[in-house]
Design a binder for this molecule. Structure first.
Ligand code: G3P
Length: 218
């Protein structure tokens, strides 16, 4: 059994990361070029700020498409902070880079994973993490969580230590299903993270408790 299910925030927004960190249950952060671009600031500065807040892994992605370029970028990202995990896309060039980076002890997360064979290849190449994108599969009427279940079974069959990051999460049920399957990590937008805390019966119950306490003659 895995000791803990880790919650990552899938954002490059420092304010959201600081708020989630305060809750005491944030284990890491994933970013990608789209998320960093949304912030409209120097990505290196943003990543530095994120690393200063978060205790766990902070994922930064390469944008090169050739192995040499990816290696150059990965080494630069890794120099930024020891928390950095380098996201590498699931391509042939990407897998060559993952193999080299694993020999250099630079942690990698293989991203844009949409099939069990892609996850298996990433694990064989030496990836520390794989990121199946469940929401993007669901958007195409394919079953994202079924992919996660298959990847977990394959990794268990062979004792791969590669951790499964359930990515492209759209709602809390993705998190629940990921936990039921024993996925290592769920990375989610801040809006989904917030929803994990909420239930209307909690609010109503608390309201009632406080109202009843107020009626007590003290
Ligand atoms: O960061 C990778 C992944 O979580 C992206 O999600 O919402 O763009 O499909 P999304």
């Amino acid at each position: 059994m895995i000791a803990d299910m880790k919650f990552f925030l899938d954002t490059a927004n420092v304010k959201e990361i600081a708020q989630a960190h305060e809750m005491g249950v944030l284990d890491g952060v994933t970013t990608n070029p789209t998320l960093l671009s949304k912030e409209g600031r120097d990505p290196v500065q943003v990543l530095k700020e994120i690393c200063a807040i978060v205790d766990g892994p902070v994922n930064a992605e390469v944008i090169s498409t050739d192995c040499e370029g990816m290696l150059r970028e990965a080494r630069r990202w890794a120099e930024l902070d020891e928390k950095i995990v380098v996201k590498i896309p699931m391509t042939r060039e990407g897998m060559k880079a993952v193999r080299k980076l694993s020999e250099e002890d630079i942690p990698t997360n293989v991203t844009l994973v949409f099939s069990p064979t892609q996850a298996l290849i990433a694990a064989k190449a030496g990836a520390d993490y794989v990121s199946p994108f469940v929401g993007r599969l669901d958007d195409r009427s394919e079953d994202g969580m079924d992919l996660v279940s298959k990847i977990i079974q394959i990794f268990d069959n062979y004792g791969f230590e590669t951790e499964v990051i359930v990515a492209s999460i759209r709602h809390p049920m993705h998190v629940v299903e990921a936990a039921l399957m024993g996925a290592d990590i769920a990375t989610m937008p801040y809006a989904v993270f917030e929803k994990l805390f909420e239930h209307p019966l909690t609010d109503l119950g608390l309201q009632q408790f406080l109202a009843d306490w107020g009626k007590l003659k003290r």
